[in-house]
Design a protein around this ligand. Structure first.
Ligand SMILES: Nc1ncnc2c1ncn2[C@@H]1O[C@H](COP(=O)(O)OP(=O)(O)OP(=O)(O)O)[C@@H](O)[C@H]1O
Length: 481
């Protein structure tokens, strides 16, 4: 032991060695500082420290962004639905609010604010969630959102195999039990869909329509709903396109509401003015969810979509490739029945128009919109349904007289409803008032016009053609392409 102590360097020798080493290190550091630029030093340091932290850290982080390549990320969507159900009382921050204008006292909805932590427990694992939002500096590019899920490295596989499928399943259950439907509108400034609670009272029960027409629409919807295998087997995208056309006030919007209520689908109401171009349209459409209705109302009024495609092409040729054609019909059709149509399942696409004749023929080609539904003027059957709804009566001695008048006067269900509502507490007076209204309308149109119509109808009958007024304009019809 004594000899070992003798062999150890003395304290002064150690001190001297330490001094020289320190001086050498400082010299090397000064030389490196001189030679290596600061940004490179920083980079090397961050990589080095990152490696050390990763090596020694026992945590693993999954990052789930809102979009996955070209489409909305379904995993992100499931987390968005599931996570608010895991908010516990210890949370120190919460987003709260309501989007139900019909019910201001409805229970507050809760959501997760950016950068705050949510802890979830699953099968003995502790999982820490944070929502990160990166604000976009360009108004037409949406903010980037992502969830970070941090867990122990040791349970990473378990999280992938058990926890994520659990979230997907839970989200589906939550969505299937949702009490309210939503209606979405696209906010161009914030580049995102924004929702409000959709509580429209229209149902197939309240809708006044020719019974056969109504039944055939319901049958068509039934044969669409829940038939994933059928659509797969016949090689079609699980989508259905409806074109509703007819004069204003014949119930096109009411039918859309009735369909949404019948199917329990949310509505995405798209105004073409808020779409810049086809790329924008594709991004907007791929951000909609399954089991929903994409509604484009008054499609004939969309200046952009009805731009003559030949004119755009001419302009492009004249002014070079820089001309942005905006939204083109082909861009829209590509989503309806082109290659992009297979993105998403169980979707209805509904266009409405007051002027079918103004639509681009490409949209009307067989197979494009699967079903064309004509919403026509009031018929005796439609009147009776409205009388039952608004006056609570199924029959009246004056109904025969109304039937005769209705066959000769173009009156919309909206007009009928309005008239009947005036005296809904006194059915007799309401019926009398309605007859007066019909007579007034008849006089306005003028006897000679009616005679002209009748002469035309008779001629068409003689020629073997069907009367347009009775076939389409009045009664409504359904046409499967
Ligand atoms: N077929 C109908 N059955 C019951 N109510 C109807 C019907 N058609 C119209 N109405 C009543 O008239 C109102 C207006 O109808 P709606 O907005 O559905 O017509 P529209 O065809 O969509 O009109 P527009 O083309 O102007 O948008 C509705 O709120 C509803 O009360």
């Amino acid at each position: 032991m004594a000899s070992l102590l003798n062999e150890l360097p003395s304290f002064s020798t150690l001190l001297a060695a330490y001094g020289s080493l320190t001086a050498m290190a400082m010299l090397i550091r000064t030389i490196l500082n001189e030679i290596i630029p600061k940004p490179v030093q920083k980079f090397i340091y961050s990589k080095f420290s990152g490696l050390i932290t990763n090596y020694f850290s026992s945590n693993f982080t999954f990052i789930i962004e809102d979009r996955w390549q070209a489409v909305y990320n379904e995993t992100y969507r499931a987390i968005e639905v599931y996570l608010p159900t895991r908010i516990d009382p210890s949370t120190d921050k919460l987003l709260v609010g309501s989007n139900d204008p019909n019910n201001p006292t409805a229970p507050l909805k809760q959501n997760i604010p950016a950068d705050s932590k949510i802890i979830d427990e699953f099968e003995g694992m502790t999982l820490e969630w944070t929502l990160h939002v990166r604000e976009s500096d360009k108004c037409f590019i949406p903010d980037k959102k992502c969830f970070h899920l941090t867990c122990k490295k040791t349970v990473r596989d378990l999280v992938e195999q058990r926890y994520f499928p659990h979230i997907a399943k839970m989200a589906e259950t939550i969505l299937s039990k949702r009490e309210n439907l939503n209606i979405y509108t696209y906010n161009q400034e914030r580049s995102r869909w924004e929702s409000a609670v959709f509580k429209h009272p229209a149902t197939f029960e309240t809708l006044a329509m020719e019974p056969k027409l109504k039944q055939s629409i319901m049958d068509d919807l039934d044969s669409f709903m829940g038939r994933k295998d059928f659509f797969e087997n016949v090689g079609r995208a699980w989508k259905r396109g409806y074109l509703l056309y007819g004069p204003p006030g014949t119930g096109k919007s009411s039918l859309v509401a009735a369909i949404a209520n019948y199917m329990s689908y949310n509505i995405y109401d798209l105004q073409f003015q808020s779409v810049r171009n086809d790329a924008d349209l594709r991004r907007i459409l791929t951000s909609t969810t399954n089991r929903s209705i994409l509604l484009i109302e008054d499609i004939d009024c969309s200046r952009k979509i009805s731009i003559d495609r030949v004119k755009v092409k001419d302009k492009q040729e004249k002014e070079g490739d820089s001309v942005d054609p905006g939204v083109t019909l082909s861009g829209l059709l590509n989503f309806i029945d082109g290659l992009w149509s297979s993105c998403g399942n169980e979707r209805l696409i509904i266009f409405t128009t007051n002027h079918k004749e103004k639509l681009d023929p490409a949209l009307l080609r067989p197979g494009r919109m699967d079903v064309h539904i004509h919403m026509g003027y009031c018929t005796p059957a439609v009147f009776r349904k409205l009388a039952t709804t608004y006056l609570g009566i199924k029959d009246n001695k004056l109904f025969g007289c109304i039937d005769d008048l209705i066959k000769n006067v173009e009156v919309t269900p909206a007009e009928v409803a309005q008239q009947l509502m005036i005296k809904s507490d006194d059915p007799e007076a309401a019926i009398q008032g309605f007859i007066e209204f019909l007579n007034m309308k008849k006089d306005e149109v003028g006897e000679d016009v009616i005679q002209e119509e009748e002469a035309k109808d008779t001629k068409e009958m003689k020629d073997g053609k069907q009367s347009k007024k009775h076939d389409e304009t009045e009664t409504g019809s359904i046409y499967l392409t």
